[in-house]
Design a protein around this ligand. Structure first.
Ligand code: KDG
Length: 338
């Protein structure tokens, strides 16, 4: 399979490697609902590839891989990712199973998500994936709590990478991403806690940590995951905290007119990772997280086109008192994106 081969990176050149399932996503045409629509817009969506898309669009060398069905929908996913600069050369193509689908019923407060992924090829992800040189020795390996919910073998692959450190990545980044549609909370909670605790960098929503582990504050989340180097706790419209050993940094969220929230967490993780790879400090990592999350919150796609790097860099320099002011409210971010 040669999709993306033209833009493929040399075997160990990717700064970031992300692995997980990407699906075709269908959303009712603007203003309609799943129950009423006659037309759908179709996009691609997957937590790990959403992160990869943002990073690639911001110029970070990034490789995304999965086990994929070699059908028109699978090829579309690879073509779109490659078109945005994501290296897809390490995808493991199969002629069995299916490309997963999901439908969104959007709302500003919450979006209902319906999965059609029971027989998807990504369920065939297994620890053998890590034997591929192209997925080894990354500066950052980014995984999420969605993959362990897909199948026993996919869970084993994530365990091998996170608990067994089999890929030799310098830093393992793990977004908890609990998806109630995939597994019950009592099954997910201990699995996700063990994986998060063994990661270097963890992203988790405050509401998610409360739901999974009963945590009431960001500090309680930190205490729940004592081995992780840094725990980033996102508290919706309030702000985000980065808690490392003995250090706590908080950056308030930007004011945003939300169209649809799915994908904002991935945008946040990408912003944080980009700033981290640029050698920036904790507050700037959280700021770039917020800025990219703001771009995701106002589109139906799971991954939006980010504003220019120059504009984003300028926002990282504004004095603390001006951050989150009207000047930085989402309208401004959108103008820069358009
Ligand atoms: O829900 C999933 O499993 C997806 O990967 C689809 C979405 O793109 C993802 O949830 C957004 O974070």
């Amino acid at each position: 399979m040669s999709i993306g081969a033209g833009g493929a990176l040399p075997p160990n050149a990717a700064h970031v490697v992300a692995v997980g399932e990407t699906m075709i996503m269908l959303v009712p045409e603007e203003g309609s609902t799943l129950a009423a629509t006659r037309r759908f817009d179709s996009y691609i969506g997957g937590a790990e590839s959403n992160v990869a898309l943002y990073l690639a669009r911001l110029g970070v060398p990034v490789r995304w891989a999965s086990v994929m069905r070699n059908d028109p929908l699978g090829r579309r996913i690879a073509t779109e990712l490659a078109g945005s600069g994501v290296d897809v050369s390490a995808i493991s193509w199969r002629d069995v199973a299916q490309t997963g689908l999901y439908l969104k019923d959007p709302g500003a407060e919450s979006t209902a998500v319906y999965y059609y992924r029971q027989g998807s090829a990504a369920r065939l992800i297994d620890p053998a994936l890590w034997q591929d040189e192209r997925l080894r020795s990354a500066a950052v390996l980014h995984l999420t709590g969605i993959t362990p919910a897909l199948s026993e073998s996919a869970n084993a692959a994530v365990e091998a990478a996170v608990l067994g450190r089999e890929t030799g990545a310098e830093l393992v980044s793990f977004d908890v991403n609990y998806r109630p549609g995939l597994w019950p909370v009592d099954v997910a909670a201990p699995v996700l806690r063990r994986l998060a605790d063994a990661s270097d960098l963890v992203f988790v929503g405050m509401d998610e940590a409360h739901h999974l582990w009963g945590c009431a504050t960001p500090r309680e989340v930190r205490e729940m995951l004592p081995r992780a180097r840094t725990v980033v706790v996102k508290d919706g419209a309030v702000g985000a905290y980065a808690l490392s050993s003995g250090r706590e940094t908080f950056v308030p969220s930007l004011a945003v007119d939300v169209v649809e929230p799915v994908g904002a967490g991935d945008a946040f993780a990408a912003g944080y990772l980009k700033s981290l790879l640029d050698g920036r400090g904790e507050a700037e990592r959280l700021r770039l997280g917020h800025l990219l999350a703001a771009t995701a919150l106002t589109v139906h796609e799971d991954a939006a086109e980010p504003p220019s790097s120059a504009w984003l860099d300028a926002q990282l320099e504004v004095p603390e008192a001006e951050w989150a002011s009207a000047a930085l409210a989402y309208g401004k971010v959108r103008e820069q994106t358009a």
